[in-house]
Design a protein around this ligand. Structure first.
Ligand code: SAH
Ligand code: MG
Length: 210
C-alpha cells in the first residue's frame, strides 16, 4: 500500500512513546476497516498514536475513541524514569497530559475524528457496548492492568477486527513482560490469530465465530 506521508501532520515533535514504523502500522490497519466499526485506543498520553490512528479514521470517515485518565502510568510519576516536568499541572501539582493531548489533536485538525474519554480504562470498559473494529492497547503496564485491558476490551472487538498491543518484548532484558503475558492469555483463548510484529507492536486479528 502506498501511503503519502506528506499529508501527515508532523508527528515528530509530539511527545510520546511510539516509533514511526509502529505508527504507520496503526495507520495501515485503521485505514482498512471502517466497514467493521469504530476504533479505540487505551493510553493516549500526548496524542502520538491517536494522530496516526486518527489520520486513517479521518480518511475513511471513521472515529477514534481515545481513552486515558491522563494522570500518567507508574513510570511517568515524579521521580520515575519517564517523568516529564512540563506535563505537571502547576495548580493541582498533579501530572496531567490532557492539555497537551488536546493541543496536538487540534493542531492535527482531528477534532472531529478523535473523541477523548478522560477516564480510566476500567471505568470505561465497564459500561462500553459499542462494537469495535480495532483496539490499540498502550495503557498501564502492570500485569493486572495489561491483562485487564487485553481481556476486557477484546470482548468488544468484532470478528475480523484487530487488537494491536504495544510494548511486547521477548525477554525481561528488553522490557517488561506484562503486555506479552496478556497477549499470550488472549492467544490461549483460541479466538485470535497472531498476524505480525513490528518493533514492539503486535497485531492480532479476531477469528470469525465458528
Ligand atoms: N500511546 C501513547 C503512549 C501511551 S503512555 C503514545 O503514542 O505516545 C501510557 C498512557 O496510559 C499514559 O498516558 C497513562 O495516563 C495511560 N494509562 C495508564 N493506566 C491507565 C488506565 N488504567 N486507564 C487509562 N489510561 C491509563
Ligand atoms: Mg507503549
Amino acid at each position: 500500500m502506498q501511503i503519502d506521508l506528506k499529508k501527515f501532520f508532523d508527528v515528530n515533535p509530539v511527545k510520546g512513546f511510539l516509533a514511526h514504523d509502529e505508527g504507520m502500522v496503526l495507520y495501515k490497519y485503521a485505514l482498512s476497516l471502517s466497514h467493521l466499526g469504530v476504533c479505540l485506543e487505551i493510553g493516549s498520553y500526548c496524542g502520538k498514536s491517536a494522530i496516526y490512528l486518527g489520520e486513517a479514521c479521518k480518511a475513511t470517515q471513521n472515529l477514534l475513541f481515545a481513552v486515558d485518565h491522563h494522570r500518567g502510568s507508574e513510570e511517568h510519576q515524579p521521580g520515575e524514569t519517564y517523568h516529564d516536568l512540563e506535563l505537571m499541572d502547576r495548580q493541582s501539582g498533579q501530572f496531567n497530559s490532557f492539555p497537551e493531548f488536546q493541543r496536538n489533536i487540534e493542531l492535527a485538525k482531528l477534532n472531529d475524528t478523535v473523541i477523548p474519554i478522560v477516564a480510566s480504562s476500567q471505568l470505561v470498559v465497564a459500561s462500553w457496548n459499542m462494537p469495535l473494529a480495532l483496539v490499540f492497547v498502550d495503557g498501564g503496564h502492570s500485569e493486572e492492568q495489561a491483562m485487564h485491558d487485553c481481556l476486557q476490551w477484546a470482548r468488544h472487538v468484532v470478528a475480523d477486527g484487530y487488537m494491536l498491543i504495544h510494548d511486547i518484548y521477548q525477554s525481561e532484558a528488553e522490557g517488561g513482560q506484562a503486555p506479552r503475558l496478556a497477549m499470550n492469555a488472549l492467544l490461549q483463548s483460541n479466538q485470535w490469530d497472531y498476524l505480525e510484529k513490528i518493533n514492539s507492536l503486535v497485531v492480532l486479528r479476531k477469528r470469525c465465530a465458528t
